[in-house]
Design a protein around this ligand. Structure first.
Ligand code: G3P
Ligand code: MG
Length: 256
């Protein structure tokens, strides 16, 4: 089955950064913890200074690594991910902040290998890195890994930096794309989404209303909402016609 075929039904559950209340977000442990509890996993991807695609949400390393405790990195504030080489990123601990257990860096390649081996689907959110890298470099790095591992059918690309989306579509037309928005809808929403050639619209729960969901669905776009940790709210959204939600607690929806 292809990612887009998931949308033939409603009620889709996306594990936001993996099962991030059970394990440190965006790590292999959080991916493993979400198996059996979701329809797809969502991770965030960024590039290291030397151009390796790594899985990390924040632009900076302080919250989810031990970087601030390492003497050699003391002068590297604000610890931008894009200022650290892959070797440096790989030397950090991505788990102790969460529960005291060491967890290594997760690369995009490893995340793709994981979903391939476990026959899962992955939403690859490409973080806005336009201040650090050209759009071309970001997209060609991310897409090359997807092509190398031959997981085109199992992934979707999403981004708040919409410039990336037509580039993804141009280079890998078979892979669906999603525009992410947080505070406001773009003007002329439907025309705008058509101009980006996206398949899906991912919006913040605070932006949702029935009218816009109807309009989007009627225009042929699928709609996902983040971040929904209340099953009653999820039910309301699905009744409105929303296709899927991103949740920090996938086991709330798919208890084993
Ligand atoms: O893709 C949905 C959600 O992950 C977007 O927000 O900041 O958690 O990446 P954020
Ligand atoms: Mg995300």
């Amino acid at each position: 089955m292809k990612f887009l075929e998931l949308f033939s039904r409603t009620g889709l559950i996306g594990a936001h950064r993996g099962a991030r209340t059970k394990a440190p977000e965006n790590t292999l442990r959080s991916l493993k913890a979400s198996v059996g509890h979701c329809d797809f996993i969502e991770v965030d991807v960024q590039l290291s200074r030397d151009g390796v695609a790594v899985i990390m949400h924040d632009d900076t390393l302080e919250r989810t690594t031990n970087v601030a405790k390492i003497e050699a990195y003391k002068s590297r504030t604000p610890y931008n991910v894009a200022d650290f080489t892959f070797k440096e990123l790989d030397s950090l601990d991505y788990g102790s902040w969460f529960d005291g257990e060491f967890e290594p860096l997760l690369t995009l390649k490893q995340a793709l290998q994981f979903i391939k081996e476990n026959r899962m689907f992955l939403n690859i959110e490409i973080k806005d890195m336009h201040q650090f890298f050209s759009d071309e470099q970001v997209i060609s790095t991310v897409l090359q890994e997807v092509e190398e591992l031959r997981v085109q059918e199992s992934v979707i690309f999403s981004s708040f930096w919409h410039e990336y989306l037509p580039l993804c579509k141009e280079r890998l037309p078979s892979v669906p794309t999603a525009a992410l928005v947080e505070d406001t809808h773009p003007d002329n929403l439907i025309e705008y989404l058509r101009s980006l050639h996206v398949d899906v619209y991912n919006m913040n729960d605070e932006l949702v209303d029935k009218e816009s969901v109807n309009k989007l669905r009627q225009a042929g776009f699928f709609v996902n909402i983040y971040t929904v940790n209340d099953p009653l709210r999820a039910k309301e959204l699905f009744e409105m016609g929303v296709n899927g939600i991103f949740t920090d607690i996938p086991s709330l929806y798919y208890p084993l």
